[in-house]
Design a binder for this molecule. Structure first.
Ligand code: MG
Ligand code: MG
Length: 255
């Protein structure tokens, strides 16, 4: 069931989104050569706690997962696309890191992700990240009243195709509000003019995941969580929580 949000609910989600942005900034600030992924998680956790926010990630267990998620961020490095668990792994020079974080504040949720390079970028990585941002921007630009879900999906997949990047076929964005994952699904592939009609008060997490090798398949690590490219190519993932309004798309996960 899709819940259309009141303007007050969207304002509350903006506050949750601000916490997410601050937590992501703290995780990025903590990142560096030799730093363990769990230190990024600790940095984000401190921001959530200071804001009085909960984590929709911690303890989350969707149907595909063998264990509850043990952290407040996902940290996915190099060929990991999404859902990486931030453990004892140390970052190395040139690593491409995607950090995903959520926050729940006063009953409302925000969800966003960033990708960045630690140290000296390898050839192609900054272009991959830039293309992923273009895909997100295109998806957000299509998130307007009167469009349909397929317009967002098509905008994202068009950018990915032009960049010769693949995207994991079964994963995309989602409705968001009281829960992190709500209806409707926001596919990263789709046909313009098709799908769920976009209207004022619909709040969506839009999240392109681009894989440099150009394939759309993926594999899952033995941990049951981490998604990786099958060809070992690198991946980037960026996400914003967006409210569709009569005044146009409003990004809720900005600082
Ligand atoms: Mg996310
Ligand atoms: Mg999400």
């Amino acid at each position: 069931m899709v819940e259309i949000k009141t303007d007050a609910a969207m304002e509350a989600m903006r506050e949750a989104g601000r916490v997410v942005a601050n937590a992501l900034a703290a995780a990025r600030e903590a990142a560096g050569v030799g730093v363990r992924l769990r230190e990024l998680d600790e940095a984000a956790r401190e921001v959530l706690e200071a804001a009085g926010a909960g984590s929709p990630f911690l303890g989350y267990r969707p149907s595909f997962a063998p264990t509850p998620f043990p952290a407040v961020i996902c940290a996915s490095v190099n060929d990991a696309v999404v859902h990486g668990i931030p453990g004892g792994q140390r970052l190395r020079d040139g690593d491409l890191v995607s950090v995903d974080c959520g926050a729940k504040l006063d009953g409302w949720t925000g969800d966003a992700a960033i990708s960045f390079v630690v140290g000296t970028p390898r050839p192609g990585d900054e272009e991959l990240i830039a293309a992923t941002h273009r895909a997100l921007d295109a998806g957000i630009a299509a998130a307007v009243v009167g469009h349909r879900m397929g317009d967002i999906s098509h905008a994202i997949s068009t950018v990915a195709r032009e960049a010769r990047c693949g995207m994991p076929a079964d994963f995309g964005g989602h409705g968001i509000g009281r829960q992190m994952h709500e209806d409707p699904h926001v596919p990263n592939f789709g046909r313009p003019g098709r799908g769920y009609p976009l209207r004022h008060g619909l709040t969506l997490a839009i999240e392109p995941m681009l894989m440099a090798g150009g394939r759309n398949d993926y594999r899952t690590d033995p941990d049951g969580w981490t998604l990786r490219t099958t060809d070992g190519s690198r991946a980037a993932h960026v996400e914003h929580t967006v409210a569709i309004t009569e005044d146009g798309p409003r990004v809720l996960t900005l600082p």
